[in-house]
Write a protein that binds this ligand. Structure first.
Ligand code: UDP
Length: 361
């Protein structure tokens, strides 16, 4: 098959590291980077470090309103599809790049394969949820990371084109977490390499809901500042000024603000952290894979499978609630593996190939 794959944001590069590696064993892949994340430490570092093939197209589209970004992507992706005439289009996750790719392809009668389908929060007040629902319903094949996601799609009438395959991020985690962590490349905002503390907490926080003004982020940082070890907070570029201002104004000296880190550094920070506080869907799963306890600051459980035995707990953006959740202990049942066996990309390829065989008949 000739497959056009669309990526645009950090978690999609990480998924494509596992996906492209498998796809290219037997198929031709055209990789399209929409440009949604473009800074070197949000994009290039992942391509270099994870040996993701160089994109065939970089559409250079980022910023602006959701409508503007999605519309610009739609136009440019359609141009690529008309030129390349692929057998199928593959999209990951739930960003505007995912939605634009699916919509452009389906209007050209190109089958859409959606990896990480079926996740639902149950509210349309979340931009990613809108992208997920729309993409799932436009897709020819839906690949679900959990059986819970598959059940959600069955309820929506999509059962006959949906499959449980496991979480492709687990493939990437296994591929890269076994590599030794010889030296880190973690820099503060003065471009100085940080000295790693022996004990630390690892934090990321960039959701619109937690960073739209100073109040929620101040609450989260207040909790982290009062802990028994420093927190390494890898700050998303769009929250840099806010995070620095809050820490300076509040005198939070127990927080080490760092620039976004590469994937290997992120994985090794997860593995070595005392505990993790995040609002990232991907990072909470990686904490689960690593067996490190996590507190997820959001109003909804994004990966309910992780929320067992205090392994991942929901907290409001309230310092008392976060500290309360951090004070609890977790219990790990090694037999509980809801995200598959780390061979998700192979399973996806197998199902795509079956589909291709059927369609040819
Ligand atoms: N991550 C990273 N560097 C960082 C912060 C996160 O490599 O500075 C990784 C993290 O380990 C996970 C992924 O990026 O694999 C999560 O991406 P993000 O938080 O942007 O997306 P979300 O999970 O919210 O969709």
């Amino acid at each position: 098959m000739k497959i056009v794959t669309i990526v645009g944001a950090r978690p999609q590069f990480i998924k494509a590291a596992a996906g492209s590696y498998q796809i290219r064993k037997r198929h031709e892949e055209i990789l399209v980077h929409t440009g949604q994340h473009f800074e070197d430490n949000m994009s290039k570092i992942f391509f270099d470090e994870m040996k993701i093939p160089k994109p065939d197209y970089n559409l250079g589209i980022s910023g602006g309103s959701h409508a503007k970004m999605t519309a610009n992507m739609l136009v440019k992706i359609e141009e690529v599809l008309l030129k390349e005439t692929p057998n199928a289009l593959l999209v990951y996750g739930d960003t505007n790049s995912t939605l634009a790719g699916a919509l452009a392809a389906v209007k050209l009668n190109i089958p859409v394969f959606h990896v990480e389908a079926g996740n639902r929060l149950g509210t349309l007040n979340n931009p990613e949820e809108i992208n997920r629902i729309t993409t799932d319903h436009l897709s020819t094949l839906n690949f679900c990371a959990t059986t819970d996601a598959l059940k959600k799609l069955e309820k929506e009438g999509l059962g006959d084109r949906s499959y449980f395959v496991g979480n492709i991020m687990y493939d990437s985690f296994l591929m890269f977490s076994s590599k030794p962590w010889q030296e880190h490349n973690i820099y503060n905002f003065n471009n100085e390499r940080i000295t790693m503390p022996n004990d630390f907490y690892y934090m990321t926080c960039h959701r619109q809901e937690n960073t739209y003004d100073d109040v929620p982020l101040t609450e989260i940082l207040m909790a982290m500042n009062s802990l028994d070890a420093p927190t390494i907070y890898a700050v998303h570029p769009r929250n840099k000024e806010r995070a620095r201002r809050i820490c300076a104004k509040q005198g939070f000296r127990n927080i080490i603000l760092v620039q976004p880190v590469g994937y290997c550094d992120s994985i090794h920070l997860i593995k070595r952290a005392k505990k993790i506080v995040t609002d990232s869907g991907g990072l909470q799963c990686e904490a689960f894979y690593a067996g490190v306890q996590c507190v997820f600051v959001f109003n909804y459980a994004v990966w309910p499978e992780t929320m067992v035995n205090n392994r991942n707990q929901l907290a409001k953006a309230d310092h008392n609630d976060i500290l309360d959740k951090l004070s609890k202990s977790q219990m790990i049942d090694p037999l509980y593996q809801p995200f598959g066996n780390g061979h998700t990309a192979e399973e996806i390829c197998r199902i795509m190939e079956d589909y291709n065989e059927r369609e040819r008949l």
